[in-house]
Design a protein around this ligand. Structure first.
Ligand SMILES: [Zn+2]
Ligand SMILES: [Zn+2]
Length: 263
């Protein structure tokens, strides 16, 4: 089992020790995990900084990888927050360190964080349009990543967004997926949303199917765990869904080089 989206206290929104996350992963039976700590530039919520201390992150990671090397394979990665106005900084940051794997995630739109956003009913379609327009802009202007994290994250947090008929945005989503396939990038299937009231995979099954039908093959699994007991959450169920859609392989990465493992 491969979990490619895990946080520890190196991310501002997690208080879990990295070692506890490793032990948790071993306990859940993981063969390989990838830490993907947050880095956000110009994050719009004042109380949260999402700075990432690369030196400390690196030191702790290699210490633990050595300590647990007989029991689990560990990769070092990044979850980088995209916003239209900070793409240059994103590009410079990724070059600073030889990450194994980079997730690009859009947690914000209009310089606001989705988690705190209120979607007025009449603006829901407009909000989805803006979200996907920004994402499309971001990936055309920044491409030093491996997969897009939780591609339809905007569906996760509010009732209005959960009730929105996503098929109204299929055209925009298809454009993004086609572009990702063209430039050789993948998507992740993120199970974090299954713990929210939305109970949705991100992206949802229809979008994963669309990606496959357009020729997409690069897919990673991510629990988005911020605590040890969430590692590999809903893994088996997700693999069943992916197999039903027709995927035979999950993607893994070493020093940004893509590999495939059988599901
Ligand atoms: Zn995220
Ligand atoms: Zn995350």
């Amino acid at each position: 089992m491969y979990d490619y989206h895990i946080h520890s206290h190196f991310s501002e929104d997690s208080s879990s020790e990295m070692e506890d996350m490793v032990k948790g992963a071993i306990l859940q039976g993981a063969k390989e995990i990838c830490f993907t700590e947050h880095k956000e530039f110009d994050y719009p919520v004042d109380e949260l900084e999402f700075e990432l201390d690369l030196l400390k992150y690196e030191k702790k990671f290699y210490e633990l990888r050595e300590k647990y090397m007989d029991r689990i394979d560990m990769k070092i990665g990044l979850e980088l927050g995209l916003q239209k106005h900070i793409l240059k900084e994103c590009g410079e940051f990724v070059k600073k360190f030889p990450f194994d794997f980079v997730i690009a995630s859009q947690h914000c739109m209009d310089k606001k964080d989705l988690y705190y956003m209120k979607l007025e009913e009449k603006n829901v379609k407009g909000a989805f349009d803006t979200y996907f327009e920004e994402l499309y802009y971001d990936i055309r202007n920044f491409q030093d990543f491996d997969v897009i994290g939780h591609l339809d994250l905007i569906r996760r947090y509010t009732k209005e967004a959960q009730e929105y008929d996503i098929s109204k945005s299929y055209q925009e989503i298809e454009e993004i997926l086609r572009y990702l396939i063209d430039i050789g990038k993948g998507i992740e299937v993120n199970t974090g949303g299954l713990y929210y009231s939305s109970k949705l995979l991100n992206p949802s099954v229809d979008i994963i199917k669309m990606y496959k039908s357009l020729g997409g093959e690069i897919i990673t699994f991510g629990s988005d765990a911020h605590k040890p007991d969430r590692i590999l959450g809903y893994y088996k169920e997700t693999m069943e869904i992916l197999k039903t859609i027709g995927f035979k392989y999950l993607s893994t990465y070493t020093e940004r080089k893509l590999d495939f493992v059988k599901i």
